[in-house]
Structure formats: structure tokens, C-alpha cells
Ligand binder design. Structure first.
Ligand SMILES: [Zn+2]
Length: 310
């Protein structure tokens, strides 16, 4: 059985655990003539589209023109040729068009739409960089004592100079599950999408002190009032908006009656396998399901086409 490598997964870099612990080496590496740096403005990566969409890497020379408060580069890792790659947040540059112009035909683009157009492995790099830069932008101060902390290990840690606490980048696990029973499955529509025809898998953030199976069962009980027995892991997907890890499962229902959580969901329904197969071809009236960018698409498809081990 083969599983898809999802968009935002498949990052090919060696993240250089040893090298990133050497601050002096990092400073030298970013100034190497072949070092490649990906700028982000307001979390939008620089992307070029001539002739194909690609992340637009630039060299360190543009640093010299940056205002002092612009972000310091974060180390992403090495490619196969051991070329060091970095990302830098230039949100503090009011007009980034001069930096975009370094690469012909490049512009700062929304990460979600860029991810579906660039080569698959570059979407993984985009995910790593976007989540890391966002974490630094939103975690400047020590959560223990309030002192401004410092980025270390090329961005994989922040250290507080006052109380010495070490802070690590945050990833929020989300359980997402295709609930099924025989030839029927459950999909729902969130309140936020109540004016659309969009239906998808149920999903929710994992709680602390909870296994994945327990998180799946709790979320399905809360959102749909359905009891779940067997939970089967399918695959996972980094989702860098801002820093989630989607944990995809199939969940076998052991009860049938749906009780919708009306605070969160505008509708939750049983669908037949035939209906889902039509929806996958965009031929089910009044129902749209997620496209291949989302793990939900692959959970739905693998159940409907009977390729999942459930
Ligand atoms: Zn502190």
C-alpha cells in the first residue's frame, strides 16, 4: 500500500543539528557566496513564476540594505550538495518590492496558493520556514519572566537571558478523521462555512494528556454525538497556518445517530460511498469536498476507493 506524501511534507533538507549549535559557523555560512536565503514578507514567501513556479532564493548581499531591525536569518538546513539554506522575515521592510525585484518575475505570494504550484518538495521547505518565522514573530518574550528572549540554534530554540529558560518551536497536533460505518461515512460543515456547500472530515485540536485515539473519539463525540471504536492511523501533514500537524485517521463508528454540536458545526451528515465517489469527481449536487492540497481529501478518497486499511 502506498501513501501520499502530502503537500507541505517531503522537505528534503538535512536540518544540520550539529552545525546549527555553532553560532559562529552559522554567521559565516549565511555570508557564503552560495548560501541561499528565502525572504518572507508578512509570512508570504518570495516566489518566481518564469517559466515554472519556484521558491525564489537570493544571496546574502541584500542584507546590507536591510534596516537594522529586520529579522535575523533562520537556518533551514542543507540540500544534497551541502548548500546552506536560510529564511528571513523582512516584514519590517515597509516596501519589499526592491527585494522582490532581485529575482526577475518574483513577488511575495500567499503561502497556500504558492504551495500547490511549486514542486512538491519545495512546499515542505515553505512549511518549515513559514511556521518557524511565525513562531519567532509571536514568541519574542520569555513566557516565564517576560524578558526578551534570543533566537538560538539557527531558530530552533529561544533562550531567555534572564531566567535561562529554553523555549522550543511550537507544533499544534490536530486529529482529523474520516468516520465510517460499512458503506457510509460522516462529513460535516463548520459554522464558519455555513453559507457554502463545503463538507469535510471532522477535526479538532488534541487536548493535553490524550492519545491520538482518545482525541479522535472525543472530537467525534463532541461534534457529532457518535461513538467511535477502532481508530486507524493513515498519514500526517504539516499545516503551516500557522503551525499545525494534521494527524489523519479513519474511525469506525459504533453508534449511528448524529447529534450535531450546533456551536461549532452547521451540519453533520451520513453520506453513502456512492455519494462520496461522486463528490470526489465534483458531481454531487450541493456538496463540495476538499481538494488534494488537504489531507482530508486523501482520507476521504482512500476510504471511498477502498484503498485504506480499514
Ligand atoms: Zn525568562
Amino acid at each position: 500500500m502506498s501513501y501520499p506524501t502530502h503537500i507541505f511534507a517531503g522537505n528534503p533538507f538535512d536540518r544540520g543539528d550539529q552545525e546549527r549549535r555553532d553560532e559562529e559557523l552559522l554567521k559565516k555560512m549565511v555570508r557564503l557566496h552560495n548560501a541561499r536565503i528565502l525572504p518572507f514578507h508578512r509570512l508570504m514567501p518570495l516566489v518566481k513564476r518564469n517559466p515554472h513556479a519556484e521558491l525564489a532564493w537570493i544571496s546574502h548581499e541584500f542584507f546590507d540594505d536591510l534596516p537594522e531591525e529586520a529579522g535575523e536569518p533562520k537556518f533551514l538546513g542543507f540540500n544534497e550538495e551541502r548548500v546552506p539554506h536560510f529564511a528571513v522575515d523582512i516584514t519590517k521592510v515597509d516596501d519589499p518590492s526592491g527585494i522582490a525585484a532581485i529575482v526577475s518575475g518574483a513577488s511575495f505570494e500567499d503561502g497556500r496558493s504558492a504551495a500547490t504550484d511549486v514542486p512538491a518538495e519545495q512546499s515542505g521547505i515553505l512549511a518549515q520556514a513559514r511556521s518557524n518565522l511565525n513562531w519567532h514573530a509571536t514568541h519574542r518574550f520569555c513566557s516565564v519572566c517576560g524578558t526578551e528572549s534570543r533566537s538560538q540554534r539557527g531558530g530552533l530554540m529561544r533562550a531567555c537571558p534572564n531566567c535561562k529558560t529554553q523555549h522550543f518551536p511550537r507544533t499544534d497536533p490536530v486529529a482529523i478523521m474520516m468516520v465510517y460505518q460499512g458503506d457510509q461515512c460522516v462529513m460535516g460543515q463548520t459554522r464558519a462555512r455555513s453559507t457554502t456547500t463545503f463538507y469535510s472530515c471532522l477535526a479538532g485540536f488534541m487536548d493535553q494528556g490524550e492519545s491520538i485515539e482518545e482525541g479522535v473519539r472525543r472530537e467525534v463525540r463532541e461534534e457529532a454525538g457518535i461513538e467511535v471504536g477502532k481508530v486507524t492511523y493513515h498519514s500526517s501533514q504539516p499545516w503551516p497556518f500557522p503551525n499545525s500537524l494534521m494527524i489523519g485517521c479513519h474511525a469506525e463508528a459504533i453508534s449511528g445517530e448524529i447529534v450535531v454540536d450546533e456551536g461549532e458545526m452547521s451540519d453533520v451528515r451520513w453520506f453513502s460511498r456512492d455519494e462520496v465517489l461522486l463528490a470526489l469527481e465534483d458531481k454531487l449536487p450541493g456538496v463540495n469536498i476538499p481538494g488534494p492540497i488537504a489531507i482530508a481529501h486523501h482520507l476521504i478518497k482512500s476510504w471511498a476507493m477502498k484503498t485504506a486499511n480499514v
